[in-house]
Design a protein around this ligand. Structure first.
Ligand SMILES: C[S@@+](CC[C@H](N)C(=O)[O-])C[C@H]1O[C@@H](n2cnc3c(N)ncnc32)[C@H](O)[C@@H]1O
Length: 213
């Protein structure tokens, strides 16, 4: 495997450390804020060959399309161990592997679609990860994102910018990223974007890989 950078190593260690407590820490957020958005995202994912990036503890597995083939690629081995406990919830043919979205070990056009929920807030080089997804998903294939983003209110946005380095150190995730702008900058076509939550901080984005890239 290619040499990884220090930020990637730190991200892995942060998630490794929290893996056993992750579901407990996030259950209110999960139950009261995002559950509906997950089912909505997965309802739009076609069957076929799907790559799920950063499955974490496998919270999405119950939504996998029946009969599909899902390859779940996770940076943190400890998170992947938690995910393995949930693999029986998936109605797909599921494969769990450790890996880094910035350097995927798959050939071009290997998948029909991709899913990443609350992952790109943590990926150190977001542009590199998005480019890799564009490479491994076939032209015309869909990439589905669910992300929290920077709130575009002047004071709140500035506070998020100031707090971001602390948030990364504490939890491993940036709180001030601009997901749809990054997706467009990577050359993906945004087909739909739903905004929810306080200050539209949650984004459900469906993007398409251009026919020629
Ligand atoms: C905030 S958790 C979200 C987990 C899950 N997708 C969810 O919706 O709850 C982010 C996950 O992305 C993983 N991750 C972070 N950087 C990654 C990378 N470069 N490649 C693959 N997975 C990564 C983390 O290890 C962690 O499990």
């Amino acid at each position: 495997m290619a040499k990884e950078n220090n930020q990637t190593q730190l991200t892995r260690e942060r998630y490794d450390r929290r893996a056993s407590l992750y579901d407990l820490l996030y259950w209110p957020w999960e139950k009261f804020v995002v559950r509906g958005l997950r089912s909505k995202l997965w309802a739009a994912v076609s069957s076929g060959k799907v790559i799920e990036i950063g499955p974490g503890t496998g919270i999405n597995f119950r939504y996998h399309p029946a009969g599909s083939s899902v390859t779940a690629v996770e940076l943190s081995p400890e998170m992947l161990k938690q995910a393995a406990k949930r693999s029986g919830e998936s109605q797909s043919n599921i494969e769990l592997i450790t890996g880094d979205v910035e350097k995927l070990e798959f050939q071009d056009n290997s998948f029909d679609s991709a899913v990443a929920t609350f992952v790109f807030c943590s990926v150190p080089d977001q542009a590199a990860g998005l480019n890799e997804l564009k490479r491994v998903v076939r032209p015309g294939g869909k990439i589905h994102f669910l992300e929290h983003v920077r709130i575009d209110w002047p004071v709140i946005g500035t506070l998020m910018d100031l707090w971001d380095p602390v948030a990364v150190r504490m939890g491993g995730a940036h709180i001030n990223r601009r997901a749809s702008e990054a997706v467009r900058a990577a050359g993906l076509i945004v087909e739909s974007e739903e905004r929810q939550g306080l200050g539209s901080m949650l984004r459900l984005i469906q993007a398409r890989v251009p026919d020629e890239h």
